[in-house]
Write a protein that binds this ligand. Structure first.
Ligand code: KG4
Ligand code: ZN
Length: 366
């Protein structure tokens, strides 16, 4: 089945065509980073206006790059929650119009849940040649055998949470951030260091040149059993390191850090941020084991899963606990519509779909 996916929850307008929930034929992402850069963060009104301008050209491009025409599309999936409401509305309205005019099913998908699915996508069968691809066997996850039950981790600009995943559709949250998301902390640290927006990749790059032991930043464990995260204390610790403590006169506020100083701060921040993720994953794995569930894999998704240090540490963690590590290739770490189409297919084949009353919703349901 050929599914067109649409994604517009934040500042990327994306469309993708995915065959049988797994094989990505096209994956088009129009980023708005330039539009928001001067504000140091995403401005909701600017984002929704840009989605309106881009959504149809992006859809046309995705269909063309798959070597198809709109008439070939058999269902439309859209990320309808969570996100900026004005942004979501654009994707949802476009998806409804497309599904209705093509006479095909419409299916709404939870963006956070879709991030967990992104590591199961395959690009091997990418289209673009215009040559129809052979239909594939109905089993969507031939290599996915042994993936579930899984421990899931979503680390992005809006979300930081762990999940128990019984299958792609049965996902239960184990814990999540009580304040900032990890990506938000990366973006704020980048702003403090004058690195610009989006900050995550820039902090990641700068950290490669720094000494991660230069500063001992706090890792927030919360209570001994807690599976939740907190990044606001870490962010504040970096703020004080860069600007000095409020009201501090003796000793005087520090000089602004030079390039080496910034790299040391970035590396030390990254060690704490990534360290706490691994620590909480260990707790979650133990919790699952206490409940008699032996996770077969660790499913990771979200923009911060592109982080080089996190990927190394997750590989070590998975190795230590004999988990299959399922991390998306870079193009599916960030917000994309291929993961939306993929999970949409899972919903459709489970007999679920939506109608034109599908609503955009600001909050996740997982
Ligand atoms: O999943 P995503 O594209 O959007 C949300 O759903 O939030 O994630 C974007 C976030 C941003 O905060 C960005 O700074 C962060 O992912 N990010 C990174 C890296 N690449 C993107 N954070 C750390 N290291 C990276 N390499
Ligand atoms: Zn996301």
């Amino acid at each position: 089945m050929l599914i067109l996916g649409l994604e517009s929850s934040c500042d990327e307008t994306a469309a993708a065509v995915v065959r049988d929930g797994r094989f990505v034929l096209s994956n088009v992402i129009a980023s708005q980073h330039d539009l928001h850069a001067e504000y140091g963060g995403v401005v909701p009104e600017i984002a929704s206006r840009a989605h309106v301008e881009r959504v149809l050209p992006v859809v046309r491009k995705a269909v063309a790059e798959a070597g198809l025409t709109l008439k070939d599309i058999e269902a439309v999936a859209v990320g309808h929650r969570p996100g900026l409401i004005g942004s979501l509305l654009v994707g949802v309205a476009a998806a409804k119009g497309l599904a209705w005019s093509l006479g095909v099913p419409l299916v709404g998908v939870d963006h956070v849940q879709a991030h967990l699915y992104s590591g199961l996508l395959e690009t091997r069968h990418a289209g673009g040649s215009g040559v129809p691809l052979p239909r594939l066997a109905p089993d969507p996850l031939p290599e996915g055998v042994g993936v579930f039950p899984a421990l899931g981790l979503v680390v992005s600009g809006g979300h930081t949470a762990m999940f128990r995943c019984d299958d792609p559709l049965r996902v239960t949250r184990l814990g999540s951030t009580i304040d900032d998301a990890i990506g938000e902390a990366y973006d704020k640290v980048a702003a403090l260091l004058g690195l610009g927006h989006p900050g995550g990749p820039r902090v990641d790059a700068l950290a490669q040149r720094g000494d991660e032991r230069a500063h001992e930043f706090p890792k927030s464990r919360l209570s001994p059993e807690s599976l939740d995260f907190s990044f606001s204390g870490l962010k504040t610790a970096v703020l004080y390191k860069v600007r000095g403590y409020p009201g501090m006169e003796n000793p005087p506020p520090p000089e602004p850090p030079d390039e080496k100083g910034k790299a040391d701060i970035a590396a030390s921040f990254q060690r704490a941020a990534v360290g706490v993720i691994v620590l909480k994953l260990e707790r979650a794995l133990m919790r699952l084991r206490q409940e008699g569930i032996r996770a077969a894999s660790l499913l990771v998704g979200g923009g911060v899963s592109a982080n080089s240090r996190l990927r190394i540490d997750l590989a070590r963690f998975a190795d230590d606990y004999r988990l299959k590590l399922v991390v998306p290739p870079m193009e599916y770490c960030m917000d994309n519509a291929a993961m939306i189409a993929g999970l949409g297919w899972e919903r459709l084949r489970a007999g679920q779909h939506d109608d034109l009353t599908l609503a955009a919703e600001p909050m996740t349901a997982v």
